[in-house]
Design a protein around this ligand. Sequence first.
Ligand SMILES: [Zn+2]
Length: 678
Amino acid sequence: MSNPLLELEGLPPFSRIAPEHVEPAVDYLVSGNRSEVERLLDEVSEPDWYNFIEPLEELEDRLSRAWSPVSHLHAVMDSEPLREAYNACLPKLSDYGTEMGQNERLFRAYARVAEQAEGLPQPQRKLLENALRDFRLSGVDLPAEKKTRFREIASNLSELTARFEENLLDATNAWQKRITDETLLAGLPPSALDLARQTAEQRGETGWLFTLEFPSYYPVVTYADNRDLRREFYEAYSTRASDQGPDAGRFDNSEVMEAILALRHELAQLLGYRNYAERSLATKMARTPEEVTGFLRDLARRARPQAERELQELRDYAREHHGVETLEAWDIPYYSEKLRQHRYSISQEELKPWFPETRVIPGMFEVIGRLFGVIIRQSDEQVDVWHPDVRFYEVRTGSGELLGQFYFDLYARQKKRGGAWMADCISRMKTRNREQNPVAFMTCNFTPPVGDKPALLTHDEVQTLFHEFGHGLHHMLTQVDWPSISGISGVAWDAVELPSQLMENWCWEREALDLFSGHYETGEPLPQALFERMLAARNFQSAMQMLRQVEFALFDFRIHLEYDPERGGRIYEILQEVRDEVAVVKPPEWNRFAHGFSHIFGGGYAAGYYSYKWAEVLSADAFSLFEENGVLDPETGMLFRQNILEKGGSADAMELFVAFRGREPSIEPLLRHTGIDQ
Ligand SMILES: [Zn+2]
């Protein structure tokens, strides 16, 4: 069979991969894996690490090796036929995954290996532990009756979360506002006006057409001088899919939300947890619900005095400069933006000349090299790539040993998904049968260079680049030999952003910044005065923002933790309690924020929204060790490499953190970095 996706040696042969290869390759591997798993279960009477676990790791790996170039091409070089092939495979892969997760014989075999695992090294025990945990969470060892109910709940939940999203989408699409009187639009930036003009034209209308999609909505509440207009938009947006606002009752999510909470609670109890918050923590670094709520409340308590001062400053500013006596919810983003401009007048455009790609990229590699003792350079190898702009790099130790490689696809172009991200192409594996080093896809969407002027990046883009390289290093510097716990695999998801958020810190350190910035024409360093304004602007209203995130996180966690079938979800009752406890900005009573809270009702963040703040605490605290020892201190860098980057998911995230930091995480550095003085 000549299918380039099935050539599972070396790098993917991108130039030969065509959409018609996708489905046959997936079918072949999925059915091959199914029969191989059955064969192993039939033939291996005494399953152990080598005759059972490693072969299974290899089977899973060949499927992901074949799939990773497909999902990558779908993201960066999409076409109709490729999208069709890709979509046709998604249900096959998800069915296969569910089937493996619920395969009882497979579960028993893992359990038998685990029973005799005392002699195995810690990473191997961790792999078995994770596998057994995931089997149990998929309901595999429940008695027959409960198993049936478990499946019913799981399938109802996926329908309900999809319906939540549909209602929200329909509500978002149902409302729009066409404006023909330009004076109403005073204050809006040209980009927002262009978008609204274009939207109107696309629908064959004149004037400016605004919608509740974020890129259309956000500039209106942030910049429109007309207060009534801001209020109208705010009301429509913050009551979407609810019993309030202009479309009250039309796409109401109230019942869907109640049903979701009830079913999650029942599901958690079937699995032996007291509530869904406990179920959520089964796969996370945080150990108990009390640890999460205590952590959030601690942040809120310490940030609150400053948040009150920030709000007071905003009120004073609005009164003194604009004669506004009472700040309503639809005034806060608007006057905040005015105050920010008034104080710092800094724009991303202004910073761009100091961040040409030609300095940022080699400079970032220099920073990474000094910190972690590695050398990153473009490969001499002729590598088959999907687009002529793509470059291929390798990461080696100081003594030349190859650790990993990556594709670097920098520029925006048609048919390429926006944003920046890291994805794995090949995972590290060293078993009796296979040896492979990790390979990553590093993808960005910078504006391409024009003529001989290099691509110029905003400081935000530079930060994003550092962030994604944190994920990339986690994937490429791993020393763990089995794909399900190497790199970012198997890492608790409230800890997986530690390396990426850590890397962002070097974008704010003068010593590091000088290595990757400099005027693109003169080479002149970033002026100190400009740098100081950047630092000052960085923490504008940071305590208010902190409280807002804590409010969302505590609300999410409490509705899952305190659910009581007798009393129902009490969604707005709990939200009100949380606001009374932590918020300084009080939205109007008719605000229905929760009806549009997709992260927790539509997506996978249920009882997990706290993870954002949790990971920030970890990364700020990790960086504080660099501050103590020197921001480019190679020994601290090596400590991070050996205890975090190399270890991947092979040990408990808290143990790894403690091994690096010498103690459990502290929230002080995050408060200090965000300029919150307590
Ligand atoms: Zn990230």
